[in-house]
Ligand binder design. Sequence first.
Ligand SMILES: [Zn+2]
Length: 102
Amino acid sequence: MRDPIDLLRSNLEKQFRLYTDQLTELTAYSRQPGRGGYDRDTLTALTGSARQSLADTAQALQRMAEGSYGRCERCTGDIPLERLEILPHARFCVPCQRQQTG
Ligand SMILES: [Zn+2]
């Protein structure tokens, strides 16, 4: 059986490239007079979220290298694999995530 971490790592690497491309594209748009058809606020919001996602993904890859990947940063419990498959850069387990945002 394959180690699920291998799959998650390749998902994260894919995600990392995707957000990098997205950010490059959005940055290019912001320098164009027509901003690629986006209004200023939308472009700012998209750039911010792409940058955040890129940082989250980079941190997840870092945690994977350090061996702390898949551990909740709040309660230090294991984040269930099903959650990591949906959200490979998750930093918290579901209950902790709810408390963070709620
Ligand atoms: Zn937790």
